[in-house]
Design a protein. Structure first.
Length: 286
């Protein structure tokens, strides 16, 4: 009996440690948790550029060729050539401080959704990158009357397929809003607090969409915004998607510029020739 009880206790302790490890990793696969809590920085190829991601800041790191969640895989060495599929990090606006300690992690988690200055940043690239020009293709499907047949409009929900451009821009962005009425209440569709979003778009001088933001119409500053942009114009084939409260929308341009700078800061710079011992020896012989 005592032997059986001892086995049960050991099994309970093992289960507790397993749950604790899952909790620390955010219930993510072991490989992702290992990347997040490793003492080594994450290296790989992000959209054609070699990068080094700070281990203390990034989370949910996935590489090209990895199986889906819940499936086992063989570990393989990661190099600058290994394609990175996705990862995320948090940054505090405007100083762009990332989570680098328990103190900053505690601060980020303790902030009110109505006043927080923390941005959630997600990145996709590699084999799941939607190809260059994805924002132009998305925008082309926004207004049904001008959308190409490839957008596949049909029997879709009312809050997805009836946008119109508003005459007045906001914060330097062209605004698109739902038109018509909500079927059940009969109220203007844009006033719906559950499904209706406003869409904000910025284009460059060549007419290419450089920013695509969708914000909830919940009537307070904590209403969530999704802000997407592409790094393709900076030589990195990656989609960046941000999440922040609508109260920060007036700062969208500065936010995008600073996140772009942070992304380029991950790029590994080639070692200068003068740092190479062979080059130094050759130089001394001249």
């Amino acid at each position: 009996m005592w032997t059986a009880m001892g086995i049960v206790v050991l099994l309970c302790i093992a289960a507790w440690f397993k749950l604790a490890s899952l909790w620390q990793g955010g219930f993510q696969p072991p490989e992702m948790a290992a990347a997040q809590y490793s003492s080594k920085d994450v290296v790989g190829n992000l959209g054609g550029l070699p990068v080094r991601l700070p281990h203390y800041a990034v989370h949910l790191v996935e590489y090209d060729g990895e199986p889906s969640w819940g499936k086992s895989k063989k570990s393989a060495p990661r190099t600058e050539a290994t394609g990175i599929k996705s990862f995320g990090f948090y940054a505090r606006y405007p100083d762009m401080q990332m989570i680098d300690s328990y103190a900053t992690e505690k601060e980020q988690k303790s902030q009110s959704i109505y006043t927080t200055m923390w941005l959630s940043v997600g990145v996709t690239s590699g084999e799941i990158y939607p190809k260059d020009g994805f924002l132009d293709r998305r925008f082309s499907c926004l207004v049904p009357s001008t959308a190409p047949p490839t957008c596949g409009y049909g029997n879709v929900y009312w809050w997805r397929n009836d946008y119109e451009r508003l005459p007045k821009p906001e914060h330097g962005l062209t605004v698109y809003a739902l038109k018509g009425v909500e079927p059940k209440s009969g109220l203007p569709a844009r006033e719906d607090k559950t499904f209706a979003n406003d869409v904000f778009v910025a284009k460059d001088k060549q007419g290419r969409v450089r920013t695509y933001i969708s914000c909830s119409n919940v009537g307070h500053e904590a209403a969530p915004c999704g802000h997407d942009f592409s790094m393709e114009y900076d030589g990195m084939h990656a989609l960046v998607y941000l999440k922040y409260r609508r109260g920060l929308l007036p700062h969208w341009q500065d936010i995008q510029a600073k996140v772009t700078q942070a992304m380029l800061g991950f790029v590994m710079q080639p070692q200068a020739a003068s740092d190479n011992p062979k080059d130094q020896a050759a130089s001394s012989q001249r």
